[in-house]
Design a protein around this ligand. Structure first.
Ligand code: URA
Length: 209
């Protein structure tokens, strides 16, 4: 309950620092987010169950492990969550993708849903929700609410940066959903931005700043 995994791998920390820099280009930011996505996918899948299957090598039959059960689902919260998807799919090419369209009302900071499309049997799969910035956590909480309404019970959240307030709110609503993040920053400012943070992840990724 209330698990938070901070991924302290040196490559993740190095790339995160490059992403925080205000002078980082859109192209550089996007590439780094992809690369960190791949590394975070490695961490969040560390304990996936395996099953031994019979195979034949060029020399002999043997039993060897393969991932067990149904393919997992990556569920990016649009639009910043998309920044993780390509890197994660490079590592887990058979994964399915569910898209969850939420935007933050700039006045109320509440999540407003405008799109939801998931595999029909999503409830039977491990679903890894992707939201680079866990700030107020309104979007992440709303995404998990929606997935639970669809019957999902095996859920994880991957973000890049989290604010303490976001973790508190997220686990207040969904204490059993573990979080993976590259860092926990100091606080949220009055506009709901993570400080020191990296600014608006969606804007920086798509060049819409
Ligand atoms: N969303 C962002 O993109 N950045 C923040 O700091 C908070 C929410």
């Amino acid at each position: 309950m209330r698990e938070v995994h901070v991924v302290r791998h040196p490559l993740v920390q190095h790339k995160l620092t490059l992403m925080r820099q205000v002078e980082r280009s859109t192209q550089g930011f996007r590439r780094l987010l992809n690369e960190i996505g791949m590394l975070l996918a490695y961490e969040v899948t560390r304990d996936l169950p395996l099953e031994n299957v019979e195979i034949e090598t060029p020399l002999t039959p043997m039993k060897s492990p393969l991932l067990a059960g149904k393919k997992l689902v990556f569920a990016p919260i649009l639009r910043a969550g998309m920044g993780f998807v390509d890197g994660m799919l490079d590592l887990v090419p058979s994964a399915r993708v569910a898209h969850i369209g939420l935007y933050r009302d700039p006045k109320t900071l509440q999540a407003v849903e405008y799109y939801f499309k998931a595999p029909p049997d999503v409830a039977e799969r491990l679903v890894i929700v992707l939201d680079p910035m866990l700030a107020t956590a309104n979007s992440a909480v709303a995404a998990i609410d929606r997935l639970k309404e669809r019957g999902c019970h095996d859920l994880r959240l991957v973000c890049l940066l989290a604010a303490p307030e976001g973790i508190e709110r997220f686990h207040g609503a969904h204490p059993e959903v573990p979080i993976w993040t590259a860092a926990i920053d100091s606080h949220l400012n009055e506009h709901g931005y993570i400080v020191p943070g990296l600014g608006d992840a969606g804007d920086r990724m798509f060049g819409t700043r």
